[in-house]
Design a protein. Structure first.
Lengths: 264, 251
């Protein structure tokens, strides 16, 4: 009997904690969004963040896209050739990249490069009283620190996803057409026939949703690093950064499934 | 006369540790109040309550007769603009230069023009001998310099109330003296209210109008600096006598 009560207590506590956390995140994101559109706009800070989150991620996104596309081309060719349908390689590569792999892998690469750094930056600012210092100067920390990063993510994610898609398709072309000898016209034509505007729109919607998820989770973890019960100071920052990366990655994958089921 | 800041029965705990226990303290307008006591007794916690970074578990803090917990929206914003806070660990923005750190409140909060900001920053920089380090980052300067930069940032907005959390720790004796003189001089000129958390005894007695001694979550002495020397509470006596003895070379 005692065991059952303890089990219910644990479940209840976890559920309350989850709801509380959800509430905190909702307040965090809504107030940050409000400040994003608040006048005067912070163009300079936004541009600076677009450079950091977007421009500086281009190389890693291109590299990942190229090899993802090449692997898709390789795997797709050897599967399709068994059915004599290697002409469909272009469409297979393009559809899988535009619908799924582009938005998801781009989000995961940005989490690793910029998300972790955003969480660590916020965490260090929190433990060294820099965020409190902003409050005492009557500078809203969410407007000053969070909003430009969320705005920059909203701009960068779709653009990087588009770059990923294009480079990935080129990678597929490289392995399928140049290395394995598929007819280039078949590759391009197949792609043109299969890829619809809905696929592109779906990928764009996913990338915007992932931008909100990733920036919110990473910034939230860093911003509230002092609330952690399991670690303070540098340890707290390291745990927050780890949590930011893990939770963002998992949430992106879950959200991808949910979005796909709605968009299909 | 109503006190500018008043603690009424304020209690604050962190977990099982009771840091403030039914504290009463009145801080008069236009005066320098020093909060002294051993390290870790809750002096900085008191300062953070004054500026609203921490909320009391029990009791109330009044500012100009208004309960701080009742103030929100524009009134809270107007209230915050009266304050300036100098953090114990300086809390400088390590990704900004010294110049940008000092100019930040003028740029982001007051939205002043570039040339006005420049003039104000240069003026305060000259007073605090910061001219040679404008383009350096906080990690590239010494602890003493960081203190002066933090002090400059606290003073640049000409606030009505300045809360100093150990403003002289880590400074050499000459600069320590200079900082206290500057606080005192500026206070006389601009009539701001200063609350200073410090261990600098007896130096603080020469500039403070009121001393509050915090120990065991309670204020054991609250009064003028002259009175604390006559205080009969043993722990207060021990605390204020030790620096005197060190200064006079007694055993």
């Amino acid at each position: 009997m005692q065991l059952i009560i303890q089990m219910f207590q644990f479940l209840g506590n976890s559920f309350i904690k989850f709801i509380l956390e959800l509430g905190y995140i909702s307040i965090f994101i809504s107030s940050s969004f409000l400040r994003l559109v608040q006048f005067p706009w912070q163009f300079q800070k936004l541009m600076h963040q677009i450079y950091f989150i977007g421009v500086k991620s281009i190389s890693v996104v291109c590299l990942t896209a190229l090899f993802t596309g090449m692997v898709l081309g390789l795997q797709g060719y050897y599967t399709l050739v068994q059915f004599g349908s290697e002409g469909l390689l272009g469409s297979a590569v393009a559809v899988s990249l535009i619908r799924e792999l582009g938005p998801v892998l781009t989000a995961i690469m940005i989490i690793g490069r910029a998300g972790s750094s955003m969480a660590a930056e916020m965490g260090i600012m929190r433990i060294s009283d820099q965020i409190d210092a902003l409050t005492t100067m009557d500078i809203n920390p969410k407007r000053f620190l969070i909003s430009p990063k969320i705005g920059a993510s909203l701009v960068s994610f779709p653009l990087l996803t588009a770059i990923f898609d294009v480079v990935g398709i080129c990678g597929g072309y490289l392995s399928g057409v140049i290395l394995l000898g598929i007819n280039p016209a078949l590759y391009i034509n197949g792609m043109e026939k299969t890829v619809m505007m809905n696929d592109v729109t779906g990928g764009f919607i996913k990338s915007v949703v992932f931008a909100i998820i990733v920036s919110t989770i990473c910034l939230y973890q860093g911003y509230y690093t002092h609330r952690r019960a399991d670690g303070f100071g540098a340890k707290g920052v390291s745990l927050s950064t780890t949590d930011a990366v893990v939770i963002s990655c998992v949430t992106v994958l879950v959200a991808d499934y949910v979005l796909t089921s709605f968009l299909l | 006369m109503n006190p500018l800041i008043q603690f009424k029965n304020v209690s604050k705990s962190f977990g099982s540790q009771n840091v403030l226990n039914r504290i009463d303290l009145a801080i008069e307008k236009g005066r320098i109040t020093a909060i002294i006591g051993k390290s870790g007794v809750g002096k900085s916690v008191m300062l953070k309550h004054m500026i609203g970074l921490l909320k009391p578990d029990d009791g109330a803090i009044f500012l100009d007769g208004m309960d701080m917990s009742d103030i929100s929206g524009k009134s809270a914003k107007a209230l915050r603009q009266k304050f300036s806070y100098m953090f114990q660990n300086m809390a400088l923005f390590d990704s900004m230069t010294v110049y940008d750190n000092i100019a930040l409140p003028l740029r982001e909060r007051d939205r002043l023009k570039k040339n006005v900001i420049k003039q104000k920053v240069i003026d305060i920089g000259q007073k605090l001998e910061l001219e040679d380090i404008w383009h350096k980052y906080p990690s590239q300067i010494s602890g003493g310099m960081k203190k002066r930069v933090a002090l400059a940032r606290a003073l640049i907005t000409d606030p009505e109330i300045i809360l100093f959390d150990e403003p002289t720790t880590g400074l050499d004796p000459i600069r320590k003296q200079a900082v206290f003189e500057m606080i005192s001089q500026n206070q006389k000129t601009f009539c701001y209210t200063a609350v200073i958390v410090t261990h600098e005894i007896p130096d603080i007695f020469y500039i403070a109008h009121q001393i509050a001694f915090l120990e065991n979550a309670q204020i054991l002495y609250n009064g003028p600096p002259e009175g604390i020397k006559q205080c009969t509470i043993p722990i207060v006596q021990r605390f204020i006598e030790s620096p005197y003895m060190q200064k006079n070379g007694k055993k």
